[in-house]
Design a protein around this ligand. Structure first.
Ligand code: 0O2
Length: 225
């Protein structure tokens, strides 16, 4: 028997054994439940923003929200984060230490609407603010802008209430456009150091220009009343 056939036998007999499969199943179930709770938390937060948008539409005839994009973190990127943070690989530790498994991105037309919506959300009595990072007032050195909130929101299950953490990112259309381009460039391989440096400078310039444009368009909107 050659080495490859031997390896196949080892995989079949040991790695794929009933005992190993039972262990995987036993650990997957609580993880799948946790991911389902995060999906429920996303629904709660999305609904809160949709309700606010509806109210503004009725009362002031305008929609502060252009789009809402939500996601739960992929298992692959969750695993990378567990490894980088060097936290124990257990459902409890993941829930305690990782704040952005549930993410809701709220895209607005104007910068003022970002702060107004964040205030409206944080005033709600079932929302607890855990962390706030204002990358609009203090942009990252590369030019990244957004308002980040980590909030806790309750979800109501059959027999219990669970408080789940959600990362809310609020940004303008221009900030979102910039962030997706920067994200694409960051993961582009085979760029020479010179090209990377040139693109980084160009991106920073674009971030400043689009922040200026955001403010000028907001001023026009405000003048219109
Ligand atoms: P993904 O795929 O979008 O989820 P922490 O999460 O607290 O461990 P950190 O860096 O302190 O890490 O969090 P921070 O600064 O609040 O940023 C987290 C998220 O903001 C990132 O998630 C991005 O979505 C976004 N972000 C932050 N900085 C940048 C940036 O420079 N460029 C772009 N395009 N996005 C940024 P993930 O997990 O990186 O990715």
């Amino acid at each position: 028997m050659n080495i490859q056939d031997k390896m196949k036998d080892v995989v079949k007999d040991y790695v794929m054994s009933d005992a190993v499969l039972d262990t995987i199943r036993a650990n997957m179930e609580p993880m799948e439940a946790l991911m389902a709770y995060y999906r429920c938390a996303i629904m709660e937060i999305e609904t809160k923003f949709r309700v606010l948008n509806e109210q503004f539409s009725l009362q002031y005839d305008r929609n502060p929200i252009e789009t809402i994009k939500s996601r739960t973190k992929s298992i692959e990127s969750l695993a990378k984060k567990v490894r980088n943070k060097k936290i124990p690989l257990s459902v409890q530790s993941i829930e305690e230490n990782i704040n952005d498994i549930a993410g809701v991105r709220v895209i607005c037309g104007f910068p003022e609407d970002i702060y107004m919506l964040a205030d409206c959300l944080l005033k709600q009595d079932d929302i607890t603010l855990i962390e706030r990072k204002d990358y609009i007032a203090n942009p990252k050195p590369n030019g990244y802008r957004s308002l980040h909130l980590i909030v806790s929101v309750p979800i109501f299950l059959k027999d219990e209430k669970k408080n789940m953490k959600v990362e809310v990112q609020l940004r303008t259309i221009a900030m979102d456009f910039w962030a997706s381009l920067e994200h694409k460039i960051r993961y582009k391989k085979n760029l020479s150091e010179d090209v990377q440096e040139k693109l980084a400078q160009e991106l920073l310039y674009c971030a400043e220009q689009s922040a200026d444009l955001d403010l000028r368009m907001q001023n026009i909107r405000n003048e219109l009343g």
